[in-house]
Write a protein that binds this ligand. Structure first.
Ligand SMILES: Nc1ncnc2c1ncn2[C@@H]1O[C@H](COP(=O)(O)OP(=O)(O)OP(=O)(O)O)[C@@H](O)[C@H]1O
Length: 706
């Protein structure tokens, strides 16, 4: 689809001239995407028409974009005038590393300086935050704003909800998380509240006018406290770009704007981009419509489907179709799954990695058997020389791996889990970050509320009094000094005030500020948690992460916006030599690849999730999730089919279970792409409940006393 409003960039692929050495490894389509436009001659982007690169799974999207950036730099473009928008901080770092490696082939040791100058690379939210600080005065915001993560935002929403009396309504008012989701979707999808309620939250539609006033008060409160939530970072940026003078200034600062994973951007992000580069000059977006899996964050696959037609002449479209990752049988199975989707850019992914092994559909009795099978295979693979790190287990929802985690621990197989409870969500880390944030912006009540209650004698009431006193004073620190704490807090008070003051003034510098904060917090932590020693380990790890950021503000911003997926994600050296199995939600597996991949619970109710099967669009997104999972595999792919699984929403291993059907995305017509297995082979149903003659337990119990 989309061809009518598109320039077929692939038509321009010719037998290439001899490639410069640093482009020699690229295939013709990749090389064409790298060199497309006048980049080679002009470097300034002025002659670079808009370009959409549709890159099938494993077709070298990241590789191609890195080469394009490197090629521009080598051709004389100024890296300080490039903006590179990625989906995660990790992707930005990885991109920078690759660009450096490629440019080094031409520039030698000078490459490092050039890629360091690629300072404007990061997520939309992180780049937005930096721009807002820079343009704060133009936008009428205070430059010391702090940023709320989702939990903080929900807490603030709750406070406002309470103030307006909505927590006491006769009929139950939507929860703080639901209110925030509604608000966020309306903002990110740039849709009216009524429409969002009607489509996504029909059970809340009766509260429309209350929600309207709640959101108005929420916005006013954020402004009063000088805090921005995630959505504000995009919203303020989008408003900034609607002002032609500011949009023009920004556009003049950047010759090239490149966006990775464009399929997972939302309407607000596309409006930012289209006002940023209205003619599309210097704009390159890369993505794969078949891998769009973030609509729950209001991402819309329409952004990528409609991109070419926004420009006149329309953007060129180059498709990358050679998959380097997977064997042909794995790719054929994944292609067959995605072919049943309703709308997409056609591409015909192929691979020249032949293999006689079809991917496996493995029937097992239940969750325990599933865990047993995966653990057996992982160990067998390791015996055969495949490191644990080259193997991954993927699942739709974090809770699906619980049984497997027990099995792995029992068998001493180390693993790292991505996409579950995040490091930064643990209470002690949140406490410490709140302390840093509050001392930066003493008007941030959510952070202040958390910090104040760390002190003995401070409950919610006393914490609120302290915050009122700080807010009421002409200067916040004076308000703090004048406050009379309850006696229980007396012995901590002087130290507390001194720490807040020192952090507020930031005299120690970064990362010494974090040491200062930890010195105050760690002794308190001993009283708060039984497992304080383990938690101290986390704090040491936080210090290590902190040392890689130039300033406190950058550290807080980037960590709030894009927390590490797992403790090891940013930990660096300590885990470098160790080997561990990867456990990951499918969402967190985006962009990665492993030799061997196991997908848990490839059954209806899990994939598609029973929560995501309302509309065709939702079903299509679940299908794309399975596609993303399958296309992570290079050599081996196992889709697990437990014949029954326990229904969630009950105590762990309560006995409510259902008999599962193979996922609807692999109908009978596609099973020839797979080999079917049962495990254990001889007794596939062994652990299913079978009738046995009843035990006489009651008799035995009576016998104990008789
Ligand atoms: N021209 C090439 N020659 C050989 N290998 C390549 C080439 N381009 C990419 N690859 C390899 O193909 C694999 C996939 O590349 P990459 O991770 O860039 O893909 P991707 O398109 O970002 O994947 P996805 O969208 O599925 O996450 C990598 O192992 C990469 O090294």
């Amino acid at each position: 689809m989309g061809e009518s409003a598109t320039i077929d960039g692939n038509a321009g692929i010719r037998e290439p001239k001899a490639a410069p050495a640093y482009l020699a490894g690229l295939n013709p389509a990749q090389r064409h995407a790298v060199e497309y436009g006048g980049a080679g001659e002009h470097g300034s982007g002025v002659f670079d028409p808009p370009l959409l690169i549709i890159a099938g799974a494993g077709s070298g999207k990241t590789n191609t974009l890195a080469h394009r950036v490197a090629h521009l730099i080598v051709s004389g473009a100024d890296p300080r005038r490039m903006m590179l928008l990625t989906f995660s901080r990790r992707a930005a770092t990885e991109m920078q590393r690759r660009v450096e490696r490629i440019t080094a082939k031409v520039l030698g040791p000078a490459a490092g300086a050039m890629t360091d100058a690629l300072a404007w690379s990061g997520t939309f939210h992180a780049i937005g935050a930096r721009l807002l600080r820079e343009y704060a005065t133009d936008l009428g915001i205070d430059v010391d704003f702090t940023i709320h993560d989702r939990e903080d935002s929900a807490d603030l929403m709750n406070l406002v909800r309470h103030d307006l009396g909505f927590s006491k309504t006769v009929k139950r008012f939507p929860t703080k998380h639901t209110c925030l989701s509604i608000y966020s979707r309306a903002v990110n999808a740039t849709s009216p509240l009524g429409e969002v309620l009607g489509t996504f939250f029909p059970w809340c539609a009766e509260w429309e006018s209350e929600l309207q006033s709640l959101f108005a008060a929420y916005v006013a409160t954020k402004q009063k406290q000088n805090v921005l939530d995630y959505d504000d970072l995009l919203l303020y940026w989008a408003h900034m770009m609607m002002e032609p003078a500011l949009a023009g200034q920004l556009s003049d600062r950047f010759d090239h704007v490149m966006v990775d994973e464009y399929q997972d951007t939302n309407r607000l992000q596309s409006s930012i981009l289209l006002n940023f580069k209205p003619t599309g000059q210097g704009l390159t977006v890369v993505g794969d419509d078949a891998q769009s899996i973030y609509s729950f964050r209001a991402a819309t696959v329409r952004n990528i489907l409609d991109f070419p037609a926004h420009f006149s002449p329309p953007a060129a479209l180059i498709t990358l179709e050679q998959n380097y990752r997977s064997t042909q049988p794995i790719l054929a199975a994944a292609n067959a799954v995605i072919d049943l989707a309703s709308e997409r850019f056609t591409k015909n992914l192929w691979s020249n990695r032949a293999s006689g092994d079809l991917p496996a559909l493995v029937s097992v009795a239940d969750d325990n058997a599933q865990a047993g099978y995966v653990a057996d295979c992982v160990l067998a693979n390791r015996e055969a020389g495949l490191r644990l790190k080259a193997q991954a287990v993927l699942f739709r929802t974090s809770s699906h791996s619980a049984t497997l985690e027990v099995e792995l621990t029992r068998r001493n197989i180390p693993f790292v889990k991505f996409g579950g409870l995040k490091f930064l969500e643990s209470a002690h880390i949140k406490d410490l970050l709140a302390l840093l944030r509050w001392s930066q912006n003493l008007r941030d009540r959510v952070a202040g509320f958390r910090v104040a209650q760390l002190l003995p004698g401070f409950g919610p009431g006393m914490a609120a009094k302290l915050l009122d006193a700080i807010e009421g004073g002409a200067r916040p620190i004076r308000g703090l000094n004048a406050f009379r704490p309850p006696t229980a807090a007396a012995e901590h008070w002087i130290d507390f005030c001194a720490t807040i003051k020192a952090l507020h003034l930031g005299k120690a510098g970064w990362p010494a500020d974090l040491d200062l904060a930890s010195r105050w917090y760690v002794p308190l932590m001993q009283h708060r948690f039984d497992d304080a020693p383990q938690r101290e380990g986390d704090i040491a790890q936080l210090a290590q992460i902190a040392s890689s950021y130039p300033t406190r503000e950058r550290f807080l911003t980037e960590l709030t916006l894009d927390p590490p997926d797992a403790t090891s994600d940013q930990a660096g050296p300590p885990l470098l030599d160790e080997d561990y199995l990867i456990l990951s939600t499918i969402h967190s597996a985006k962009g990665q690849e492993w030799d061997s991949v196991f997908v848990l619970n490839a059954v209806d109710g899990c994939i598609p999730s029973d929560l995501g099967v309302g509309t065709t669009a939702e079903i299509d997104e679940e299908r794309r999730l399975l596609y993303v999972a399958m296309t992570r595999a290079k050599d081996q792919l196992h889709l697990m089919l437990p014949q029954r699984f326990y229904v969630h929403g009950q105590r762990s291993m309560g006995d409510r279970h259902i008999y599962a059907q193979r996922t609807r995305f692999i109908p009978n017509a596609l099973t020839h792409h797979f080999q079917s297995r049962s495990w254990p082979a001889a007794q596939a149903n062994a652990s299913l409940r079978r009738p046995i003659s009843p035990l006489d337990v009651r008799g035995k119990l009576r016998g104990m006393w008789g």
